[in-house]
Ligand binder design. Sequence first.
Ligand code: NAP
Length: 346
Amino acid sequence: MNRIKVGVIGATGYAGLEIVRLLLSHPNVEIAQISSVSYEGKKLSEIYPQLTGIYEKVLTNDAVVVEESQVVFACLPHGHAEPIAKKCFDQGKLFIDMGADFRLSKEEDYKQWYGGQYEEKGLHKAAVYCIPELHRDRLKNAKIIANPGCYPTSISLGLAPVLKAGIADVSTIVIDSKSGATGAGRGLALNTHYTECNEGFSPYKVASHRHTPEIEEVLSGIAKQEVTVTFVPHLLAVNRGIVSTMYVNVPPDATEETIRGLYEEFYKNERFVKLLPAGAAANLKNVKYSNYCHISLHLDNRTHRLIVVCTIDNMVKGAAGQAIQNMNIALGLEEAAGLTMVPPAF
Ligand SMILES: NC(=O)c1ccc[n+]([C@@H]2O[C@H](COP(=O)([O-])OP(=O)(O)OC[C@H]3O[C@@H](n4cnc5c(N)ncnc54)[C@H](OP(=O)(O)O)[C@@H]3O)[C@@H](O)[C@H]2O)c1
C-alpha cells in the first residue's frame, strides 16, 4: 500500500519535532516535507542532533509542504494557521492545527482570550475540534481538525465521566494543573530559564490562562449545561508531563465505588485511557513519552468532594500523539497506528 504523504509546518518547534519523531515510526505514512521560517534550507538534524543519520531531511517552506502533502500538520503559534488551512481546504487536503486558531467555536471568545479574529468564517464552521475519546464521531469527513490544547485534554478526560453522569456541581469545579517546561515551547522566556524555574514551583496566569474558554466549552458540551471552572496552571520544573488535579463537589450519597463504575464504563473500550486501581495516585512519570492518559479517583467523604487526578505527556497525548490519533481516525487507519509505544519506567 502506498504510504500517505504527510507534511509538518513549524517542524523546528517542540510540537513539530515531536510529530516528526512519532511519524518516523508510523506504519502508514511518509513525511513528504517539513518547513521552517528561521531555518529554511537547513537539515532538521542540524537543529536537533539526535536525528543525525536517522532523519536528514532539509527544511523547506510552507508552500512546498502544502503542495507535496496529503495531510498537513501546522505547529505554529496561534494566529498563523488560517491562510494555510485555506490552501489545504481548497485543495482537499486534511489540515490539522496544533494551535488554538480553530479550537473555539465562538469568535468572541477567541477575540477575548487571543486578541484575534476569524477572517475565514467558513473555515471555522468546517473545523472539527476532537479529543478522540470524547468526539471521534465528529471526524467523519473532517478536512480541518482543531487539535486540543494540552491542559484541556488532561482536564476533559479526567472530568468527562462524572460530568456526563450529571452528578457534578458544575459551578464549583476547581482545577489545579502542573505542566513541564516543554508546554511553553522552544522559544526563550524568563520563566522557563533554567535558574528561574529549577527548584522553584509556582502558579502562573492564575484564573486567566487562555485554555480556560476551551476547557469550559468542552466540559459544557459533555455536561449539556454551562460549566464554569477555576483553573490554575503551574510550571513544573520537568521537561514533559501534565498533572491535572480536579476538585468536584458531588452529592453526599455518591460513593467512590459508584463513581469508579462510571469511569470504568466510560473508558472500557479506550486503549489510551487507564483508570488506576483504588488507592493509587496518577504520576506523570508513568505516561511520559507515550500517548497514554492515567486517571486516579479519590473521594473525600468528609467534604463530599471528588478529587480526580489525570496525567498525560503534554507533548504526546497533549499534542503530537493526539494529532496523529486524530489523523488516523480521519483517514480510516488503525486509531493507534504509530502510537503504541510503551512508557519507559525512568
Ligand atoms: N508545547 C506543547 O506542549 C504544546 C501542546 C499542545 C499544543 N501546542 C501548540 O502547538 C503550537 C506550537 O507549539 P510549540 O510548543 O511547538 O512552540 P515552539 O516550540 O515555540 O515552536 C513554534 C514553531 O513555530 C515557528 N514559528 C514561530 N513564529 C512563527 C511565525 N511568526 N511564523 C511562522 N512560523 C513561526 C517556529 O519555527 P521557525 O522559526 O523555525 O519557523 C517553530 O517551529 C502552538 O500553537 C502551541 O500552542 C503546544
